[in-house]
Ligand binder design. Sequence first.
Ligand SMILES: NC(=O)c1ccc[n+]([C@@H]2O[C@H](COP(=O)([O-])OP(=O)(O)OC[C@H]3O[C@@H](n4cnc5c(N)ncnc54)[C@H](OP(=O)(O)O)[C@@H]3O)[C@@H](O)[C@H]2O)c1
Length: 280
Amino acid sequence: MEKAIPEVTLNDGTKLPVTGLGTYGLWGNAGANAVSSGINAGYRLIDTAYNYENEGAVGEGIKRSGVSREDLWITSKLPGRYHTYDKAMVAIQESLYRSKLDYFDLYLIHWPMPNQDVYVEAWQALIDAKKWGLIRSIGVSNFLPEHLERIIQETGVTPSLNQVELHPFFNQEEQRSVHKNLNIQTESWSPIAKAADIMSNETISKIAGVHHKTIAQVVLRWQYQIGSVSIPRSISPQRQRENLAIFDFALSDAEMTAIAELSRPDGRLFDMDPATHEEF
Ligand SMILES: NC(=O)c1ccc[n+]([C@@H]2O[C@H](COP(=O)([O-])OP(=O)(O)OC[C@H]3O[C@@H](n4cnc5c(N)ncnc54)[C@H](OP(=O)(O)O)[C@@H]3O)[C@@H](O)[C@H]2O)c1
């Protein structure tokens, strides 16, 4: 196993590894093998969602890995069609059933879908599911500052974490400062921007050359240094190990600034603005 991964402490006292394995598109037998190889490479945090239709493959991968359940942090997410309180409760239990787990370490509301306006009810369900022991920590995903403020105001409970699109082309500086003020941990989805255009970025390529690291490693190190938990997805055992080998070098202030300057207001990968984007 690779060297242990550093951890952050959430506002409920729970500790979480600073990087985990994304699983979007990891399905069936190949998906289970990828989860198992990721855990054996050293990943302890695994990110899935009801809507990825792979909670079963994730559960099977956990079993195949041979690593104890209590040494892992498993995240899943509530789909938009189950935001009402009763439906959310059923969905959480179905998520557990599919993954063959007794509890999730982290469960998130996948998207706020403000036009439907039911996310406060969904948040109340997560609060109660935590009390009942189905979930250890509760959080949200793709919540804009106004959505965070509203659930906190209406329930008195602050999410532990907000998982948002975050990579060098869309670095979420303002959103991160809102999280810091509210004591909410930032987590980055598509942390290496899906390994597309970024793989030929000259600025990052130059920095990678200086450190004898790959572009993915520089971007994941940048994620660590800005204080965001990253969840890169890879089906390949070799790239999984590569993405974990980020704790033996450091980016300088000048390198961090050069990467920060790559961010653009229209830098989202697919224009998925949480104010309007809906996923049921
Ligand atoms: N909350 C949300 O709304 C939301 C939205 C999107 C994603 N997510 C979560 O975030 C996770 C990560 O995001 P993502 O999957 O969209 O994108 P990503 O992790 O930024 O990139 C994944 C892509 O990069 C490739 N890759 C991984 N490591 C590489 C390396 N070292 N060198 C070259 N290519 C590499 C992967 O291919 P291989 O697999 O072939 O290596 C895959 O095509 C998802 O899997 C999911 O768990 C959440």
